[in-house]
Write a protein that binds this ligand. Structure first.
Ligand code: SF4
Length: 437
C-alpha cells in the first residue's frame, strides 16, 4: 500500500445488485441491468466539508484516487481532509499483509495530523474484492488511538453503492457511537442528512422560532457535538437517500417524523409543520412563523414559473433525490413529469411525495441504461436529469440535460433556496433556447 494520494475517480458501470422492493399498489417499472452512476466515494466531497475535524481515508486504487481528485478539483486550496491509501499490486496479490500496511499509513497520518478527531476508513471496489476487513482494522486502530481519535469504517465501493449511498453508509457508521439520550430526557429533534452550513443555520433558526429548542444534527460539524439518540429522539430526514441510517437510528429507539422533504416552499412547509405537530406546537403559531419565508419563496418561484411551466421532464436514476424534486417541479412550477427514475425507491420514506405524483407518470426503479435511453429518445422530454456520463451523448442527440450531481453539490433545501433550485432547471432550458435562435 503506497502512503497516501490526495487525489482521485471513475463512474461505476456495474451490474446492479438485486434489492428487494417493498410491495406497492402503484405500478413501478423495476429494472436490473447495467447502470451508470458515480460510486459512494463521491459523498466524501461534501461530507469532508461538513465534518470539520474528520478525515476520510479511502483504501483503494489509483482509479479511486483519481475520482476524488477530479470531483474535488475546486478544493485544491483547502487543507486536505481526505486521501487515498493506494493498494498496489503486491497488496492485491496478497504478497504483503494489507492490514499491517494500513496500520503504518494510519499511524503516520495521525502522527502528522493532530487536528483529526474522527477517521473514516472508506472501503472501495479493490478493498472489497480482496476482502480487506476494514471493520477489524477500525477496531484495532481505534484501540490504539482512542480517545484522541475515533476510527470508523464504511464502504463507498461502486459494487455496493451509488453516489449518495456513500453518505448513508457514513452516517449509519456514526449512529452506534452517538451518546445515549437518557430515558427521562425531554423529547429531542434530530435533523438527519448533510446540509450546507448556511442552510442548516436557517433551519435551526426556524425551529427556534417555532419553539423547538432541543435540536441535534447528524452529521455534526465537529466530533464533540455528535448528538444523542434514544427513545425520546424524533428524527426528520433532510435527504431521501438515508435508509440505512434511518434503520440504525430506529435500532437505537428513535422514531421518524413522516414528512415531505424540504424542497420548495410547500415541501419545506410540510417538513417544518410535521416537526411542529410532533412537538405539540400550536398550529396558529406555526403558520405565523412560516408565513413570511414561505411567501418570499412563492414570490421568487413565481418569477421562474413562466420558464418551466408545461415543460416535460424525465429523471434518470442517479441521486435518489428524484422523487421529491419531481414533486416540487410539478406542484410548484407546473412542469410535466414524463418518467421519474430512481436507483432505489424507499416507499415508506417517500410515501407523502409519491401520493402527489399522478398515475400517468412513469415511475422506475433501478437501471437498465440502454432501455432507459431508448425511452428518452422516444419521449424526447424538454429536459433530462442524468449523470455526467449520459449527458454528453444525449446533448449530442439534441436533448437538453441537467447533471444530477450538481443538485447534490448545490444548496437546494429550504425556503430561501427554492428559487435557486428552480433556476438549476431553468438555466439549461434558457441555454437551449438561446442556441436555437
Ligand atoms: S470505489 Fe470502485 S467505482 Fe469507485 S472509484 Fe474506486 S474502483 Fe471506481
Amino acid at each position: 500500500m503506497s502512503p497516501i494520494a490526495t487525489l482521485d475517480g471513475c463512474a461505476a458501470e456495474l451490474a446492479r445488485s438485486d434489492r428487494p422492493a417493498a410491495e406497492t399498489q402503484r405500478p413501478v417499472l423495476r429494472e436490473r441491468g447495467q447502470r451508470e452512476v458515480f460510486c459512494g466515494l463521491t459523498g466524501i466531497i461534501w461530507l469532508h466539508r461538513k465534518m470539520q475535524d474528520a478525515f476520510f481515508l479511502v483504501v483503494g486504487s489509483r482509479t479511486c484516487a483519481h475520482l476524488l481528485q477530479s470531483a474535488a478539483g475546486v478544493m485544491i486550496f483547502a487543507e486536505p481532509r481526505f486521501a487515498t491509501a493506494i493498494m498496489e499490486e503486491r497488496d492485491l496479490a496478497g504478497m504483503v499483509d494489507a492490514q499491517d500496511e494500513l496500520d503504518r499509513v494510519v499511524n503516520r497520518l495521525l502522527e502528522r495530523r493532530p487536528d483529526i478527531r474522527t477517521l473514516f476508513l472508506v472501503g472501495s471496489c479493490p478493498s472489497e474484492v480482496i476482502k480487506l476487513d476494514l471493520a477489524k482494522a477500525a477496531q484495532r486502530l481505534g484501540a490504539v488511538h482512542m480517545p484522541r481519535v475515533r476510527i470508523l469504517n464504511y464502504s463507498g465501493s461502486g459494487i455496493e453503492t451509488t453516489f449518495t449511498q456513500g453518505e448513508d453508509a457514513c452516517l449509519a457508521a456514526l449512529v452506534p457511537v452517538m451518546p445515549t439520550l437518557s430515558a427521562d430526557a425531554p423529547k429531542e429533534l434530530l435533523i438527519v442528512g448533510s446540509l450546507p452550513d448556511i442552510v442548516e443555520d436557517q433551519f435551526l433558526r426556524l425551529f427556534g422560532e417555532l419553539g423547538i429548542d432541543r435540536v441535534g444534527v447528524l452529521p455534526a460539524r465537529n466530533a464533540r457535538d455528535l448528538p444523542s439518540v434514544g427513545a425520546n429522539t424524533r428524527y426528520l430526514l433532510a435527504q431521501p437517500f438515508l435508509g440505512e441510517t434511518a434503520m440504525a437510528l430506529e435500532g437505537r429507539g428513535a422514531r421518524r417524523i413522516d414528512a415531505m422533504f424540504p424542497f420548495g416552499a410547500e415541501g419545506t412547509s410540510d417538513w417544518l409543520r410535521a416537526a411542529a405537530r410532533e412537538f405539540g406546537i400550536d398550529a396558529a403559531h406555526v403558520e405565523a412563523v412560516l408565513a413570511a419565508p414561505r411567501a418570499r419563496a412563492h414570490r421568487a418561484l413565481a418569477n421562474l414559473r413562466p420558464q418551466l411551466e408545461g415543460k416535460r421532464i424525465t429523471f434518470l436514476p442517479d441521486s435518489q433525490l428524484e422523487v421529491p424534486l419531481a414533486r416540487f417541479l410539478q406542484d410548484e412550477l407546473g412542469m410535466e413529469l414524463i418518467e421519474v427514475g430512481t436507483p432505489y425507491l424507499h416507499r415508506a420514506h417517500l410515501a407523502r411525495e409519491l401520493d402527489r405524483i399522478g398515475p400517468q407518470v412513469r415511475l422506475s426503479e433501478g437501471q437498465h441504461v440502454e432501455r432507459q435511453l431508448d425511452r428518452v429518445r422516444t419521449d424526447r422530454p424538454d429536459i433530462t436529469v442524468c449523470g455526467l456520463g449520459l449527458a454528453n451523448p444525449l446533448e449530442n442527440e439534441g436533448l437538453t440535460t441537467k447533471w444530477a450531481i450538481e443538485l447534490v453539490f448545490s444548496p437546494i433545501h429550504g425556503f430561501d433556496q427554492a428559487a435557486d433550485l428552480a433556476e438549476l432547471f431553468a438555466r439549461p432550458l434558457r441555454r437551449r433556447d438561446m442556441l436555437e435562435i
